[in-house]
Design a protein around this ligand. Structure first.
Ligand code: NCD
Length: 360
């Protein structure tokens, strides 16, 4: 395995200038010698990368089934340590990343809130980030602020230890590794019906503040003849920037508030939660929008192959009785997160060949 830290990347004037640049113009910054180093934006992934990563995730899950395979995996990266810096609530993203690290033999440190770290003593985010990098080889971060993971990568690039950074959710902006597991799930759910190309995918709920649907929309650019249906109450319609992106890439999309009419049309329904934590006063935003809930009776109206997905956590968006239907893919989806994140970490540390050679 090669060292990954030796790097010379372009340096920019200041953080504010860098952050203000259009995403497409700074994607190279997150690469080293043509390979993805930091994972900040879903726009970083192309089809070849997605196909390879999903194949790798399949191999990892196969190996992990046996004692010998699991031992091989755990011997891949015992010399690496990861920091899970999760200062916004998380269950799945945290646990799946942590268990992905365990699978590959990495040791993990965690911080789950700023109240117990020296940030309460007034340490700057920049110094806190540098401190993490002093001890670990990988930083995985979730933060309520858009741009925090990116700032972490930017700050570290100017230090002696520019360790890779993975964005585990940056405010209402992006959640690129969720989009990876969503793609991996779609690919598996559609394995016997030709994969993701040509499919019609509905995204339902709070599309305005939901970062998962934003990142997934970016990733769907990589598939042929995909049509998107955005189904949302007027106040939570998908933001303009994503629609501009889709138009630029000639990806057809429809917007509607009529969930019922979309049900029989689509191959996947991606439900989301109202993200009221981003409201000025979350306790006052209590409307549940029942017209945008997937109910048991809807099962009769969707295709036999339709995948029902949800990044979770669920509140009322999917009736619990739906869980028993084989088309309910969300519990498989959350487990897929662990395998695809293991594949991503293996990729970052260039351990793919060692995994693939087990199948040669
Ligand atoms: C999502 C998130 O945090 O954005 N959850 C997750 O990571 N699986 C979705 C949500 O919180 O609604």
């Amino acid at each position: 395995m090669e060292q990954i830290a030796e790097t010379t990347r372009q340096t920019y004037e200041g953080w504010d200038d860098f952050f203000a640049k259009p995403v497409d113009e700074k994607l190279d910054f997150f690469k080293i010698r043509g390979r993805i180093f930091d994972v900040i934006y879903a726009q970083q992934f192309d089809r070849e990368f997605l196909d390879e990563l999903c194949d790798l995730a399949d191999k990892i899950r196969l190996l992990a089934k046996t004692k010998m395979g699991a031992q091989k995996l755990s011997r891949l990266l015992p010399h690496k340590r990861a920091m899970l810096y999760f200062v916004q609530p998380s269950t799945r993203t945290f646990l799946s990343f942590q268990n992905a690290c365990f699978l590959l033999g990495l040791n993990v440190s965690e911080s789950r809130g700023t109240s117990t770290s020296s940030e309460v003593k007034g340490e700057s985010p920049e110094d806190t980030i540098r401190t993490f990098a002093s001890y670990v080889d990988l930083i995985i971060s979730r933060h309520p602020e858009a741009g925090f993971a990116e700032k972490t990568a930017w700050v570290l690039n100017q230090t002696e230890r520019p360790v890779p950074v993975l964005n585990g959710g940056s405010g209402p902006d992006q959640h690129p590794t969720q989009a990876l597991l969503d793609i991996y799930t779609l690919r598996r759910e559609f394995a016997s019906i030709g994969g993701i190309d040509g499919k019609r995918i509905a995204m339902v709920g709070d599309l305005k503040r939901g970062r998962t649907v934003r990142s997934l929309s970016y990733l769907l650019r990589n598939y042929k003849d995909v049509t998107i249906y955005y189904v949302a109450p007027e106040v939570f319609r998908m933001k303009e920037d994503i629609k501009v992106f889709l138009k630029r890439h000639a990806i057809p999309f429809h917007e509607t508030a009529d969930f019922e009419s979309v049900l029989p049309k689509v191959d996947a329904i991606y439900m989301t939660r109202i993200q009221n934590e981003y409201a000025a006063d979350p306790s006052r935003e209590t409307e549940t929008y029942p017209d945008f809930h997937f109910k048991k009776e809807h099962l009769a109206r969707i295709h036999a192959h339709c995948a029902i997905m949800h990044p979770l956590p669920r509140r009322y968006e999917i009736e619990v009785a739906v869980d028993k239907d084989p088309r309910a893919a969300y519990w498989r989806q959350e487990r897929n997160g662990m395998w695809i994140r293991a594949a991503l970490i293996a990729h970052v540390f260039r351990a793919e060949q060692e995994i693939l050679s087990e199948f040669a």
